[in-house]
Design a protein around this ligand. Sequence first.
Ligand code: GLU
Length: 545
Amino acid sequence: MSETIANLIFKEDLPTIAEIEARYPKRQLKEGAIVTRVAPSPTGFMHVGTLYAAMIPERLAHQSEGVFILRIEDTDKKRELEGAAELISSSLLHYDINFDEGVVNENKEIGEYGPYTQSFREKIYKAYIKELVIKGHAYPCFCSEDEISENVRIQNLHKITPGYYGKWAKCRTLTENEIIENINAGKPFVIRYKSQGDKNKKIRVVDVIKGKIDFPEYNLDIVIMKSDGIPTYHFAHLIDDRLMGTTLVLRGDEWLSSLPLHIQLFELMGWEAPQYGHIAPIQKLDEGNKRKLSKRKDPEANVTYYDEQGYPKDAVIEYLLNLANSNFEDWRKENPLTPNKEFKLDLGKLNVSGALFDFQKLDNIAKNVVGTYGAEKLFDEGLNWAKKYDEELANLMSENSEYVKDIFRIERENTDKVRKDIAKWSDIKNEILYFFDNQFNPNYEILSSYEKQDIKNIVNDFIVGFDMDDDKQTWFEKIKVLTDKNGFCSNMKEFKKNKEAYKGSVADVTKIIRILLTGREQSPDIHSIMQVMGKERTVSRLSKF
Ligand code: GLU
């Protein structure tokens, strides 16, 4: 096609290719350094899948001393929303997914290879598209949507692969005069890539996650520039990843079928294509069937959910690491206190067909993460969360900070076996409220299998012997004594042999005391709880029965 047409299409001043290439010099990085990116569209919703798809390249880039970029792909103008880019960048930063270059917010970018928002790169794309038009690799297409649908209708009728290609690509064969006439008449047009692909030939692509795949060559004349002058994703990503020096493109596997096209486009430009890897979406089991985590149906699809629930950010990241590489769990066991950034993520271990979301696993991982926090950190993080999401809890914690910290210390400090009962900050309430008398509403029903008089006698004996200075062993010896005195059995072996001879065992006696003290059948160590509650509260709770 001629320069006349290209000049007619692109009337504005555009940079030359040489100028552009000079602005984006080759990066000087050490051998093997990965330059990669996450390139979400600003939809105003931060999906946990985006966090997952950002964490993986971020780890790979930084493990290899490479570069991680956050690029905002806003060429689909309909979907753009104010503040949407900032939502993405702030979510990544919140989870310590640090990008070296990219969009911080609508007004701020970092890095030398920008702009990192596609809509600011319009002239760059146009310069390359113009070049393709001049060389005859792209052409304007004036077909209306109706004409295109009619094409498809006829193709379907004749059982021919639908699409704009070969002889169906009417505008491929327009003469220069026809084109000029159409443009001068103000007919809207898009620019299409003139594919040289042959559907009967195969192209072998290598996906770094999915392995070797054979595809038919891509033969559709896809749109590379829309009628509003904005390029489509296919074209914009080609230019961006070339100019930004991307060596590895990781993206959702909905793009896998476009891979032959993308490789073809890189070849057309005479550029070396980056490596590609396609990540399967996070799935969940729904009535026995696997499906993608859905923004509409699943609250856990939204990244804000984890914050609202109060999952520590490390817990979320460790959960996602575990979804990506199931050997993370073993690594964590061997390295309980090592920062998770030191875990070497391996693309080869990614689940090809999609990791399955599992709340129980998330909670277990989170409990282990919280288990590494001391009382002070637990208190600070919990209070920060409560200030945002639970005012009542925040007040309770602030007004009773020392008492609450003492509660948190139980089985958390000076112990080999740390208590793992908190997965998220919203669990805190359940763990501390019963320590406060105005929140303590025990249900004595659970004691109905014991004789009232026996309970009273046990309590009386306990109170008589109770001394706050007793260490755990002395304290327990006293319980054993009152156990035997009241017709229960302090020796479990003996009790098992001869159950009928006793009203119960020492386990029943501690259960009775536990329930009176805490209102629950399960709690942390009672001796420690009494130490924290103090004598008065302990005695008053026991004698209430
Ligand atoms: N904007 C594309 C998406 O959100 C990005 C694909 C890519 O990473 O290249 O799916």
